[in-house]
Design a protein around this ligand. Structure first.
Ligand code: SF4
Length: 194
């Protein structure tokens, strides 16, 4: 069996996964191909993404694309960018707002087989604390500390905050994020995707 057949079969298995009991039912959402050079590992699809069947199909996605300097066409081009979250299905919402954390079983089951096909990835963006705790070699205390230390994780990883509306105030209090880090990150991404 060649690599392409393997990959197609693996994606078919992922998309048919029904391992979790979820409020709106299983609907795995990811965007990836073995050709991808940039990997985005985020938390889990929100309700809008679940309804659209497309990852980051909401204001958080607009914010993330603006941070990265990517158009929607570039962002969803799976031959350049793989988007593989910690949980592939919408996990539901907590009382009082905020999405429930995805079950650890999703990344534990699917990440290793998926990532083994992504041999061209030059940089992985770890979006949100969950992905950082799982993949940063030496995660610093808080999300903020990890992001402030972003250069320490190069060239393999860059930690980013989750791009929800809650980040707006955080970005104001940490002006280096928009003034220093994002311009450098955008230049790096241009270089990787060219
Ligand atoms: S969250 Fe992951 S493990 Fe659970 S049903 Fe969806 S794809 Fe399967």
């Amino acid at each position: 069996m060649n690599d392409n057949t393997d990959w197609t079969r693996l994606l078919t298995r992922v998309r048919a996964c029904t391992a979790c009991e979820l409020p709106l039912g299983p609907k795995p959402i990811l965007s990836a191909s073995p050709a991808a050079r940039l990997l985005i590992t985020s938390q889990a699809p929100g309700r809008r993404a679940h309804e659209a069947g497309r990852t980051f199909a909401d204001a958080s996605g607009d914010r993330l694309r603006a941070w990265l300097g990517l158009t929607p066409e570039q962002f969803y081009d799976s031959t350049s960018i793989a988007i593989i979250p910690m949980g592939f299905c919408y996990p539901g919402t907590m009382e009082g707002g905020g999405d429930i954390l995805p079950a650890a079983r999703c990344s534990a089951t699917w990440h290793a087989p998926l990532f083994s096909h992504l041999k061209n990835v030059k940089l992985t963006l770890l979006v949100g604390r969950l992905a950082q705790e799982r993949y940063l070699p030496d995660p610093r205390g808080s999300m903020s500390e990890a992001v402030a230390s972003w250069r320490d994780y190069l060239p393999e990883y860059v930690p980013l905050p989750h791009p929800s509306w809650r980040t707006i105030g955080w970005a104001r209090r940490n002006p280096w994020f928009e003034h220093e880090m994002l311009p450098e990150l955008r230049a790096r991404i241009v270089d990787i995707l060219k």
